[in-house]
Design a protein around this ligand. Sequence first.
Ligand code: TPP
Ligand code: MG
Length: 585
Amino acid sequence: MSAARQRMTPSEALVETLASHGVRDVFGIVGSAFMDALDILPAAGIRFIPVAHEQGAAHMADGYARVSGRHGVCIAQNGPGVTNFVTGIAAAYWAHSPVVFITPETGSMTLGLGGFQETEQLPIFSKITKYQGHVNNAARMAEIAARCFDRAMLEMGPAQLNIPRDFFYGDIETSIPAPLTIGRGPGDSAALDTAAELLAGAKFPVLLAGGGVIMSEGTADAVALAELLDAPVCCSYLHNDSFPAAHRLWAGPLGYQGSKAAMKLISQADVVLALGTRLGPFGTLPQHGLDYWPKGAKIIQIDADARMLGLVKPISVGIHGDARAAAATLIDRLKPRSLAAHANRGERLARIASEKHAWEDELVGWTHERDPFSLEVAKDSSYMHPRQTLRELEKAMPADAMVSTDIGNICSVANSYLRFDRPRSMFAAMSFGNCGYAFPVICGAKVAAPGRPAIAYVGDGAWGISLNELLTCARERLGVTVVVFNNGQWGAEKKNHVDFYSRRFQAVNLENPSWSGLARAFGCDGVTVERLADVGPALRAAVKSQSEGRTTVLEMMVTKELGDPFRRDALSKPIRHLKKYQDYT
Ligand SMILES: Cc1ncc(C[n+]2csc(CCOP(=O)(O)OP(=O)(O)O)c2C)c(N)n1
Ligand SMILES: [Mg+2]
């Protein structure tokens, strides 16, 4: 459906298209390239949120999209502003976020001459976008802009809108397209029949709830399906919010620093229903010494992206469909049938409860790391143990909190201590794994959901990459809380030096300023926390001040101890052949 054609400028066509697609906020840094459109954003009811770095703008658009389920939008100056987007867009790609990033480029009449701020802007993003729209004629501005919005949602990932900067100007005749809403449906009927057959015969069915459950708003259907089967539910890696943690069937997350209960339960499965997950390779690696993936089980995989089906793990049935619709359809198919899982329900429920208790007890007793390096560095330290700090934060976590987590050792250990009762609550750095993700992402989430408490977990190294967005928090009164784990090191990498490089520490120790003092210099609040008893109260106070638009940095002084490494799978002990390197083994 299109509105009537009208005479307007391409800038007006762009801004009208944003408005017709429900855009209310755009993140970016001002630039001459798009000033003509920027000028009229307020008249369209669109807020432009100026940031400190374009990477931050892309991350904010990502966080905004992840919490709202709507498009996140960012824009930058051609050339350097646009190249600053790259890391943020790559991260959004792997988080499956419908981000539309607008990239004005050098003018069409000088393209290729090497003028000011010129670079080829499409190849740079070609592997980290679901769609690239290039406005090749000013008259097509609305059409191509709208297609970017449609494709970002259809394919759940970033879409680039590339616009030669002279194409913002002129007179065009155009209509403004309405959003195209395309439902995915439950998938192939025969495949759903086979899946229902397998589930009906399963003696130990296990659900693995992935990001697709969240993105399809499918939580209620996943819960109903799990309850019908009385099947335990594991969350896929870094999607701790894909199933309500308070539910009796919740088993916790798989993957790095995940739940042993989840791992032990899925290892016993005869049928796994992987609902809305691509079964990413990193997310199912052995952990805690457990190689838990049930290689003999029948695997039913449901994913909205057909290319993910059977890509990483062998599967018995692949269903190209929407997680929510597929779950609802499976419920319909299973309800009238007799289910093998009902015969041993009592025994299975007891096993679920006991595995959960065992893991919880282990976590309670796991106050600190016990490897030789950790014991040594923590021995004379007056600082807090990271695990105890994470537990105190968990206990003080406000209802309805949104938590983003960064890439680092302590942020990863946090996976064991982050539980959520509603979807769209956890925004981890996902598989792109870039340090510096969590803080800008929570800023974007807060813009989309200003009423929800917003908390970022960040290591001190990653904080150095991302702290510039404190400027944005102060200037725009965003009101978020940043928990910075100050262990004075790039800990996750140092762990590799400990395990593989005979403690030859290189470039991993950090000298930090006072992070709380620095926060105050930015016009935010800063608190240094050194005692466990102060962790909870500090978090509560910081969250309370969010409602006044205050951002607080809580600098947690923690020991240098380190949990299990990230990449045990990818590192090996060094081998040196040349004489001059013989000492480096
Ligand atoms: C942008 C980027 N640079 C480098 C890395 C490699 N890397 C992974 S974890 C890590 C250390 C993180 O240190 P910190 O943020 O202090 O957290 P800690 O591990 O100490 O808890 C680094 C450098 C990365 N993942 N992303
Ligand atoms: Mg650190």
